[in-house]
Design a protein. Structure first.
Length: 445
């Protein structure tokens, strides 16, 4: 049987109910139009009328504030602006951001989606240590079931050394092993330092190769981009994460994870960022969502307004691995050309329903959800027909027949500028094994 852990203070009945409840969107942090920090957590639940209903039948979508901490619930201990968040199993990790006075927020917070509580020791694992490099305007992604990668962004707090400068931080990345709570620096740097960009994780279903994709964002100096784009970037960079366990050799050796460091032609592949396909429209302050239906979606943002671009990911992981192997074998510069043809970003025929600043787009099963930023309304990309069954395949690939549908009753109660959102609640994600091979209590049959 699959080994899962019941959160403290929650019965198995409650845990199973919440694990199988309606797909949900958790919105964390940010500020309203008056720059007032938003400490409460907003939870948007979708309709229950089927995997592609977007609330068109069954129970309607809804929005609610989770109870504040002083009422036995949860809220942020302090304001966080331009934070980042990612989910591993049932835990949402919130990292970085800046406080109301521009002060750094180095503490990593852990929100359990089953108990709806902040946890000091998530899943009986050690509490994560403070961020190795406090940053904001960055991105966080979860990979291999146990690692969080904090990428790019601006330096937060006092900058007393070169390592605390924007130029250094915006090209760097730190890795957290959530099974031990320990941090390590990623030994490679982005080719282009960037802030306010998009990031996503792609796993090839055949080879199981996992690649982190970052694209777009703002350059720290206009010399990195044309003045016509006002410093916005179109470039994409990719990282094969197979070598991450080697950053924590003692833990990896104990758990037998060093086999994850893939070899190519007898050589162990290095951890290196490699170039990917460039966006057609340079953009910043946007979302990179997916994969959904074998595609990534670059949605909106400064410089792109309502434009959505789509990237087929079928050959993306293979091209990244081949490039990393070729670069590792090369002894001369410049960097080698990608040995495999790269897919291209294409403009999606369906634009966003409105232009807004600081919006968030996330994928949840076969859906895209568009929320927060300078407007309160929440949209779902769904079928153009009310017949969900007839459009199921089209919705899964988010084809040209789809449309953005407002979710009545799901509007946020306040603007959330500089916030982050994480999706959870699909039945396929109801019970996930503990990351890193950690022992867990057996669920009742």
């Amino acid at each position: 049987p699959l080994q899962v852990r019941r959160p403290v203070g929650v019965s198995w009945t409650q845990a199973l109910h919440r694990a199988w409840e309606r797909p949900s969107l958790l919105v964390v942090g940010g500020e309203d139009a008056t720059d007032l920090p938003q400490l409460h957590l907003s939870l948007v639940t979708l309709g229950s009328g089927g995997s592609s209903s977007c609330g068109s039948s069954g129970r309607p979508p809804a929005h609610k504030r989770l109870p504040p901490t002083d009422a036995g619930g949860c809220s942020l201990p302090s304001g966080r602006y331009r934070l980042a968040a990612a989910r591993l199993g049932p835990v949402v990790y919130v990292a970085g951001g800046s406080g109301p006075e521009g002060d750094p927020c180095p503490e990593v917070l852990c929100f359990n989606t089953l108990s709806h509580r902040w946890e000091e020791e998530p899943g009986s694992r050690p509490r994560p240590g403070p961020m190795a490099t406090p940053r904001y305007g960055h991105e966080v992604v979860g990979v291999l079931g146990r690692y969080l990668i904090c990428i790019g962004g601006r330096a937060a707090g006092i900058r007393e050394s070169e390592q605390g400068s924007d130029a250094f931080v915006a090209a760097s990345a730190d890795v957290l092993d959530v099974a031990t709570g320990r941090w390590a620096k990623l030994p490679c740097r982005l080719e282009q330092p960037r802030i306010y960009f998009g990031a996503a994780v792609v796993t090839c279903p055949l080879t199981k190769v996992t690649v982190v994709v970052v694209c777009g964002g703002s350059a720290l100096a206009l010399s990195q981009a044309t003045t016509a784009s006002e410093g916005r970037l179109a470039s994409t960079e990719m990282l094969d994460v197979a070598g991450l366990p080697a950053l924590f050799p003692e833990e990896a050796a104990a758990l037998g994870d060093l086999s994850c460091s893939r070899t190519e032609g007898g050589r162990r592949l290095p951890l290196r960022w490699c170039p990917g396909p460039a966006l057609q429209r340079p953009r910043s302050d946007f979302s990179l969502a997916g994969p959904v239906g074998g595609r990534l979606y670059a949605v909106g943002g400064s410089g792109a307004r309502q434009c959505v671009e789509v990237l087929e990911i079928r050959d993306l992981a293979r091209a990244c691995t081949a490039y990393t192997a070729a670069e590792g074998a090369a002894t001369a510069s410049p960097r080698p050309s990608p040995p495999h043809p790269m897919p291209r970003w294409e403009v999606h025929p369906v634009e966003l329903p409105e232009s807004r600043s600081g919006a968030i787009t996330v994928s949840l099963g076969p859906r895209l959800l568009f929320a927060a930023g300078s407007q309160r309304r929440v949209y779902c990309f769904g079928p153009s027909s009310a017949d969900d069954g007839a459009c199921a395949d089209e919705v899964g690939s988010l084809g040209p027949g789809g449309r953005w549908v407002p979710l009545p009753g799901a509007d946020l109660d306040a603007l959330r500028l500089g916030a982050k959102a994480v999706a959870f609640g699909d039945a396929s994600e109801a019970a996930e094994p503990e990351p890193g091979g950690a022992k867990a209590a057996e669920a009742p049959r």
